[in-house]
Write a protein that binds this ligand. Structure first.
Ligand SMILES: Cc1ncc(COP(=O)(O)OP(=O)(O)O)c(N)n1
Ligand SMILES: Cc1ncsc1CCOP(=O)(O)O
Length: 541
């Protein structure tokens, strides 16, 4: 009698033949994926009659068997039995777990789709071997009947599971850009995802072997860290390496021209749009809820700036944050004047409660205030702290609490992912003499974050794997990508130093124009950043 196979859930390929690139044959594509490190395969055929389904399953199993990788059949117990597949995956509307177990016996694997804590608990008590938690994000592969969970929703399910003996994968909208974020943010207190289940980003890849290597490398990186420490410890990377990454990424913004949707304050709309253009990204400054929804489907990043508080705009911003999260887009929040008035305190509290941010970036007064460390604002101007350890604690605690990257701008900028804190030391005092320089820093973070999300209408991310291979190796294997995004503020700070040095700059008015020019010049010749950038890690207890 066969025994239940040991399964490695790291990279679970769920098939969808209609997504194959032109000229790719299914079984050859599958074999490349297995060579690239796929550890589990699910044959998912929604429209195939029984006999051709069995034929395909048999051919698929011949290949998976050669790679020692288990084959799971989606929905169809009869097909699984016919080819002696290693297991079956069922959803909430399919045959029940108990019925499947009766048919296929105790030594086969059963996976169950879950979307909330109750479904997870039922599946666990019913004896599921693994849970497919999703959809994490919006996906065009499957019509979703429920709102995507977001990373927070996945984490809530994982946490509620405690130490239950069941494996977990996340599914839905997972691509190479959002995998590090998903893995890092869901690894808490010893519980973590065991892997990811991916359809389109692998099935539509023109370089499936490399794509799978990249995915598997990222997932393993986080799973291994978690196994060692309970919560993954992020390394303090060599700052020289970080600077080289910035230099490499700068031109990709212009190459890709990603859309960066801003809902920002009345004072800085024009400067924020021009800074976006100067870096080679494409600004759109739209506030209507209908626009917000459509744009989320094509957006590279969402920049939200609460400088002009107004109820309609606040509602649009909350909607924009939520819509963009369901599409897996980075959302960057600038809590302008967060603690300046009672109204702003209420509004910023609402944002933090209702939205999931990738990055929160504010001045010292705002960040200290949100972190409960006594920050003050005079109007929207910062009244900060000269004490580096207070600044560092504030960014770190806020980042940990909201599970995102937090940056505090000022003479020195402090950035944290909840563990590490880095100080960026470039910048010029004239920045404080023009309005909206902090908002411009938020825009710069948005442009860099967007440049890694190569969304094209109607195309899946998998088509851009060539570019991804370069980026993934630089950004994903060692670090949480969003952390590096924030270090890109360095680019603006260096632009301010270059602008201030110019002979034609006589004061704030000329400085403002020169700043945009220097940002533009840096975007064309980023090597200048190499000798100019100054950043250092802080060692905190
Ligand atoms: C690993 C994994 N997780 C979830 C699903 C979704 O299954 P289901 O809800 O049954 O939807 P369909 O895949 O049948 O459309 C899955 N297939 N795999
Ligand atoms: C089958 C399934 N179940 C929940 S989301 C999903 C589709 C995931 O596809 P993709 O990886 O292309 O987003």
């Amino acid at each position: 009698m066969s025994v239940k196979p040991q399964v490695d859930y790291t990279l679970y390929l769920v098939t969808e033949r209609s997504l194959l690139p032109n000229g790719h044959e299914f079984l050859t594509h599958l074999e490349s994926c297995l060579k690239g490190g796929v550890t589990l395969v699910q044959l998912r055929e929604k429209n195939l009659d029984t006999r051709p389904f069995i034929d395909l399953a048999r051919k698929t199993k011949e290949i998976t068997q050669r790679y020692n990788v288990p084959l799971i059949i989606n929905d169809r117990v009869d097909v699984a039995l016919a080819v002696d597949a290693e297991g079956v995956h069922v959803g909430q509307d399919d045959m029940t777990l108990a019925q499947v177990r009766n048919f296929i016996g105790p030594n086969k694997i059963i996976g169950v789709s879950v979307n909330n804590v109750k479904e997870a608990q039922d599946a666990i008590s019913g004896g599921a071997d693994y849970l497919g938690i999703g959809a994490v994000w919006f996906t065009s592969t499957k019509k979703l009947s429920k709102k995507p969970l977001g990373v927070d929703g996945v984490q809530a399910i994982l946490q509620a599971m405690g130490d239950a003996n069941v494996q977990t994968v996340a599914i839905g909208g997972i691509n190479q850009q959002n995998t590090p974020q998903l893995m890092a943010k869901t690894s808490v207190d010893g519980r973590h995802l065991d892997g990811i289940a991916v359809v389109s980003a692998i099935m539509s890849s023109t370089e499936p072997e490399q794509t799978c290597k990249d995915f598997a490398g990222v997932v393993r990186h986080y799973v291994n860290k978690c196994a060692k420490s309970g919560t993954p410890i992020q390394e303090q990377r060599d700052t020289k390496e970080m600077i080289e990454n910035i230099i490499k990424l700068v031109p990709t913004i212009r190459q890709k021209g990603p859309l960066v949707h801003h809902i920002t304050n009345n004072v800085v709309i024009n400067d924020n749009a021009n800074a976006t253009l100067a870096l080679g990204a494409s600004p759109i400054m739209a506030t209507h809820p209908e626009d917000v929804k459509d744009l989320a489907a094509v957006n590279g990043a969402m920049v939200l700036n609460m400088g002009t508080v107004d109820e309609t705009i606040t509602n649009a911003m909350v909607l924009a944050a939520q819509e963009n999260v369901t599409h897996g887009n980075p959302v960057i929040f600038d809590p302008v004047g967060a603690v300046a008035t009672n109204l702003r305190k209420k509004v910023s509290a609402r944002f933090l409660q209702e939205c999931e941010f990738t990055v929160i970036k504010g001045n010292a007064g705002e960040i200290l205030g949100l972190a409960g460390k006594g920050g003050k604002s005079r109007g929207v101007d910062s009244v900060g702290t000269d004490d580096e350890s207070i600044a560092a604690q504030a960014v770190r605690e806020l980042a940990k609490k909201h599970k995102c990257v937090v940056g505090m701008t000022g003479v020195i900028d402090y950035i944290s992912d909840g563990q590490r804190v880095i100080a960026l030391e470039n910048g010029h005092e004239l920045m404080a003499s023009i309005t909206g320089s902090g908002c411009m820093a938020t825009t710069v973070v948005g442009c860099f974050a967007a440049s890694k999300l190569f969304r094209k209408l109607g195309h899946s991310i998998g088509n851009h794997c060539g570019v991804w291979n370069v980026l993934i190796s630089d950004f994903c294997h060692n670090i949480d990508t969003v952390f590096t995004d924030h270090a890109f503020i360095t680019t603006l700070n260096i632009a301010s130093e270059l602008a201030a040095k110019r002979e034609d700059v006589q004061g704030p008015g000329t400085f403002r124009s020169a700043l945009i020019d220097e940002l533009y010049k840096l975007s064309k010749a980023p090597e200048t950043i190499r000798s100019a950038a100054r950043m250092r890690w802080l060692d905190l207890v």
